[in-house]
Ligand binder design. Structure first.
Ligand code: ADP
Ligand code: ASP
Ligand code: MG
Length: 409
């Protein structure tokens, strides 16, 4: 007998018929002899709806109160899924984050899980209940409601799987696995049978929202066998697992895009020690995550510094940076939300040269201008105007030989 954690995303619990389908799947897993813990997201569109309500009140919400609002979506789902399981004749109990308990830090809207005290889950499993846990939410040491960032139910599921030493964690979503790129953007995308934790971590951090990045970090750290599957089919899906030798033969294994970043540019920055530390220190103090950073060559003792932040942090970042710009006597601050980051990823890049050059060539052939470039051992990212996202992804997908056989040539 195994312990399995299953997670169902927003589309999979999008209406009550789909919830009944989830209930059937959980009961089937239990009937196959397993203990089943099921993590559910809010019904599709619900978290966006709640965020919109918040934005109708204020454009700079207090994040503690915002979390109180957005955490409610998952409460409705767990109650309904538990009822659906009971209606089909099995035993079920639902738990909110604070009931489990999922203890996080106090970084509202993007809290990190510190520990899970799962005694109530273990107890309910012993009584042969299917345990239904709210994704995305936890509570901090002071008992405040927190949420884990968009897509955070994936992380709830993997963290629970690690805490319970589950035999597998299955993420059920609206696609039947991890693809070479987003299948909704590139029809030629190919489903992968396996992908290494490291590549999945890069793809997730570069925008492939099929798994939240922290869920992959947890899976990698605690060696949780992680499956991505469809809740609408019986396809075996994709296994996210340790890297093996064969994976290194593939130079580029996936392409990701991120449209949720915005660029800030500070012109006329004095070129002297301590200035970058000051700019980025103030952003860090406000928990703003900075992504791509470029500094131009110094001319007359001045440089231009550009960087990207998440779109939701843009107004907060702009305010902070304008203040620093005044203090250091820099020129102006400009922002651009009309950007997208396109990235190619592959562990095979470590042993192959010319990958970045090929990416730049493909983008130039399509007439796409590159605004910022960033590389690491296993990825190359380019910031481009957002209207070119689909074109760039498809062209790179073909150029790096990732297209499905039927669509090649
Ligand atoms: P859920 O609501 O189930 O958590 P998400 O919308 O968060 O689902 O994630 C699934 C979506 O991720 C897919 O519909 C697809 O558009 C997108 N996606 C992006 N990159 C990939 C990829 N490489 N493989 C599969 N899906 C991807
Ligand atoms: N409901 C949350 C969101 O939409 C969490 C999740 O679905 O994973 O981001
Ligand atoms: Mg998701």
């Amino acid at each position: 007998m195994a312990l399995i954690v299953q997670k169902y995303g927003g589309t999979s619990v999008g209406d009550t018929e789909r919830m009944k389908n989830v209930a059937r799947r959980c009961i089937a897993a239990q009937a196959a002899g397993h203990d089943v813990v099921v993590v559910v997201s809010a019904m599709s569109g619900e978290t966006n709806r709640l965020l919109k309500l918040v934005s109708q009140i204020t454009d700079r919400p207090n994040e503690r109160e915002q979390d109180v609002v957005v955490a409610t979506g998952e409460q409705v789902s767990i109650g309904l899924v538990a009822l659906a399981i009971q209606a089909q004749g099995a035993k079920a109990t639902s738990f909110l984050g604070h009931q489990v308990q999922i203890v996080t830090d106090s970084t509202f809207a993007k809290a990190r899980i510190k520990r899970i005290e799962a005694e109530r889950i273990v107890e309910a499993l012993k009584q042969k209940h299917i345990v239904v846990v709210a994704g995305f939410q936890g509570q901090d040491e002071q008992g405040n409601v927190t949420t884990l960032g968009r897509g955070g139910s994936d992380t709830t599921a993997v963290a629970l799987a690690a805490a319970l030493k589950a035999d597998a964690c299955e993420i059920y979503t609206d696609v039947d696995g991890v693809y070479t790129t987003d299948p909704n953007v590139c029809p030629a995308a190919r489903k992968l049978d396996r992908i290494s934790y490291e590549e999945m971590l890069e793809l997730a951090s570069l925008g492939a929202k099929v798994l939240q990045i922290r869920s992959v970090e947890f899976a990698m750290k605690y060696k949780v066998p992680l499956w991505v599957k469809s809740s609408f089919s019986d396809d075996p899906g994709t296994l996210v697992c340790e890297e093996d030798k064969s994976m290194e033969n593939v130079v580029v294994s996936g392409i990701a895009y991120e449209k949720n970043e915005a660029k800030l540019a500070i012109s006329g920055v004095p070129d002297m020690p301590g200035v970058a530390a000051k700019i980025f220190g103030i952003l860090d103090a406000q928990n703003i995550v900075v992504d791509l950073i470029v500094q131009t060559a110094s001319r007359d003792g001045k440089t231009d510094v550009s960087f990207t932040v998440g779109k939701t942090d843009l107004s907060k970042a702009r305010e902070a940076v304008e203040q620093v710009a005044r203090e250091i006597k820099a020129g102006g601050v400009e922002t651009d939300s009309d950007v997208a980051k396109i990235s190619i990823v592959g562990v095979g890049m470590r042993n192959h040269s010319g990958v970045a050059a090929k990416m730049f060539q493909v983008l130039s052939q399509e007439g796409i201008n590159i605004q910022v470039i960033s590389t690491s051992e296993i990825k190359v990212s380019c910031l481009v105007q957002s209207k070119y996202t689909e074109l760039a992804v498809r062209a790179l997908h073909t150029a790096f030989g990732l297209d499905k056989p039927s669509t090649v040539g």
